[in-house]
Ligand binder design. Structure first.
Ligand code: TMP
Length: 208
């Protein structure tokens, strides 16, 4: 079976990480070789950059610095993990990818969308995700859920609600612009309801 590239996107506390792991488990049960990974991160260097991005004060980085740090991390991850796995015929499930930068830094922070999309095009367009789940949830609920986890990774959670609302609208816009690959998931559903939806969507790849 041909490799597939599946991404999970959405705001804070939407449950996408849980679902990405459940989907990986399901696919492995079907005999599919899966690489599951995340952004920012996924390699030693990219995890170091992640720590710089997700902790500290909200104003620690300018929007453009965030774009550049995220792309440095992504390129390392792309070259060392994602591309080799896809080229080996594996399925790759990635918790966040280029849409996160469009939604968070572009729509959320107002960084230049054309610049972000140009970087995406130049660096990562050889393999566009086959399927992207966009987990949609009221940020008030999502941030509350996320902060209950009590980690030090709360720099984005601490940003203003307006930022999160703009980012959410950005994701919905991305989904509207890319109907072939994006599926919006109502993240208020239960874990098992959402799991059924994601499995239903990937089933078409397994049959074909
Ligand atoms: P996570 O909480 O899903 O692990 O992601 C870590 C944080 O990084 C999250 O608050 C969103 C943020 N982020 C961006 O702002 N832009 C990006 O491109 C990526 C990949 C993550």
């Amino acid at each position: 079976m041909q490799s597939k590239f599946i991404t999970f996107e959405g705001g804070e506390g939407t449950g996408k990480s849980t679902q990405s792991h459940l989907l990986a488990d399901y696919l492995r049960d079907q005999g599919i070789t899966v690489t599951i990974t995340r952004e920012p991160g996924g390699t030693e260097g990219a995890e170091l950059i992640r720590a710089l991005l997700v902790s500290g004060t909200t104003g620690r980085w300018s929007p453009l610095s965030e774009v550049l740090l995220l792309n440095a991390a992504r390129l390392d991850h792309w070259q060392k993990v994602i591309l080799p796995a896809l080229n080996a015929g594996k399925w790759v499930i990635c918790d966040r990818f280029t849409d996160s930068t469009i939604a968070y830094q572009g729509y959320g922070h107002g960084a230049d969308l054309t610049f972000i999309k140009t970087l995406n095009q130049q660096l990562f367009s050889s393999h566009i995700p086959d399927l992207t789940f966009v987990f949609d949830l009221d940020p008030v609920i999502g941030i509350k859920r996320s902060l209950q986890r009590h980690t030090s990774e709360n720099r984005f959670e601490n940003m203003q609600l307006e930022f999160h609302n703009r980012m959410r609208q950005g994701y919905l816009e991305i989904a509207r612009e890319n109907p072939d690959r994006c599926r919006i998931i109502d993240a208020t559903g239960t874990v098992s309801e959402i799991q059924k939806l994601t499995i239903k969507e990937v089933a078409k790849f397994i049959i074909s």
